[in-house]
Design a protein around this ligand. Structure first.
Ligand code: NZQ
Ligand code: ZN
Length: 380
């Protein structure tokens, strides 16, 4: 196990009716701005719950943080925040509203342009922010990361900052999610674990078991959720799994991959594919291309998550990769670039971008432009 320092200070406020606690959770003297997406919260009652909980408090609202939040939108929010001396932000929405709000928090605290903060890769300062999460998927509610798009150049990059003060997770708010967002939330959760697990074996038994626990849970609950069941306990398991998949708990002292995400971000930036849909396309191909490097972990993953124990090691690995692709397909997602009408032109564009930035992603820093090409060609 590698050395590490772990400290995740986000207060997790979980369960039915917990949005009511907002007024207690936000300091009395906060000069508050509440941030939203495109309006789903007005249809499912979350907006009213938030406003009721904050009755009597002063706040302003910022609407219109789009999926894959655009820096162009965030700049407007930063200006509004500065003009109004905002010192606390409350994000109400999915990962995009949360990520956008993380950049607003950094932009308000700094004189730098918002895109420069993204390109630097980290925010030195952020005003305090918190969230009411409406979509289980990204883990953004309990981590420091944010992924931002610059629409004028079709670029999408992540940066890191500080943790949310608190996040309220009420599984009832997920009932209104459209089927595609549900499928993507499950796929994102599953893939986040794989990015931190499917690396080199024998680094930590306890981290392996935690990761496998999340993978097994998602695999177990997915069919019921996909069939349309919106039972509270089921959605609670989903929501907590998504948070635990990317809140630093399963990656203590172990190496991580993230090359699938880096390739996936390019597909979203260029073609607008939903984030986790890109992962369903790229992850099985990453496994195929890097199956020698990931040999030990693929065997362990196959045995412990998909009960694949029969056949030679090579056969078991191939079955495991097929089972992973089948899992994504069982969610209703396509897993091939060709199914989305994406071909060699995009692949070469991504390779060029990776080469220009001297990319070397993955646990062994060997996912270069050339390896990304192999991965993308394998997903045609
Ligand atoms: O904008 P509104 O109207 O609110 O609608 C949203 C949006 O259209 C809708 N939605 C959210 N909650 C809903 C709902 N509709 C009905 N009922 C609800 N309860 O869903 C749509 C998608 O929302 P979005 O926030 O974009 O989805 P998600 O949470 O999957 O976030 C995706 C973004 O997060 C980034 C992705 O790259 C992408 O930009 N990620 C962030 C990470 C992080 N911060 O750690 C890690 C992830 O790997 C990921 O990269
Ligand atoms: Zn993701």
């Amino acid at each position: 196990m590698n050395n590490f320092i772990f400290q995740n200070p986000t207060k997790l406020v979980f369960g039915k009716g917990q949005i009511n606690l907002l007024s207690e959770l936000i300091p009395d003297d906060a000069n508050l701005m509440i941030t939203f997406g495109g309006g789903s919260v007005t249809k499912n009652g979350v907006y009213n719950q938030v406003i009721d909980a904050l009755k009597g408090r002063n706040y302003i609202e910022f609407w219109g943080i789009e999926p894959n939040p655009h820096v162009e939108t965030i700049r407007k929010a930063v200006k509004q925040g500065k003009d109004n001396n905002i010192d606390f932000l409350l994000a109400v929405g999915g990962g995009s509203v949360l990520d956008g709000t993380k950049l607003i928090a950094a932009g308000i605290a700094s004189e730098e342009d918002s895109w420069d903060i993204v390109l630097k890769g980290h925010a030195d300062k952020q005003i305090h922010y918190a969230s009411v999460l409406t979509l289980p998927a990204t883990g953004s509610e309990m981590n420091t990361a944010a992924v931002i798009t610059r629409s004028e150049t079709q670029e999408k990059f992540g940066f890191g900052g500080f943790y949310p003060q608190f996040s309220i997770l009420d599984p009832e708010v997920t009932y209104s999610l459209p089927p595609h967002q549900i499928a993507c939330g499950l796929a994102d959760t599953f893939t986040h674990v794989l990015e931190q697990y499917l690396t080199t074996p024998n680094q930590s038994k306890i981290m392996d078991r935690w990761a496998e626990g999340v993978l097994q849970t998602v695999k177990e609950i997915a069919p019921d959720i996909i069939s349309g069941n919106r039972n509270y306990e089921l959605m609670a398991e989903f929501m907590l799994s998504a948070t635990l998949a990317l809140n630093d708990f399963i990656r203590m002292g172990v190496t991580q991959d993230w090359s699938t995400h880096m390739i996936g971000h390019e597909l979203t930036a260029i073609h607008g594919l939903t984030h986790a849909h890109t992962l369903a396309i790229v992850m099985p191909s990453t496994m195929r291309v890097l199956k020698h490097q990931k040999h030990g972990k693929l065997l362990q993953f196959g045995e412990r998550v998909f009960d694949i124990t029969e056949g030679s090691e090579q056969e078991r690995i191939d079955k495991t990769i097929e089972a992973t692709e089948e899992f994504y397909r069982s969610l209703g997602l396509t897993t091939r670039l060709s199914e989305e009408g994406i071909g060699n032109e995009t692949i070469e564009k991504i390779v060029k971008r990776f080469n220009e930035r001297n990319a070397s992603y993955g646990e062994n820093s060997n996912v270069t432009g050339a390896v990304a090409r192999e991965i993308l060609v394998s997903s045609l």
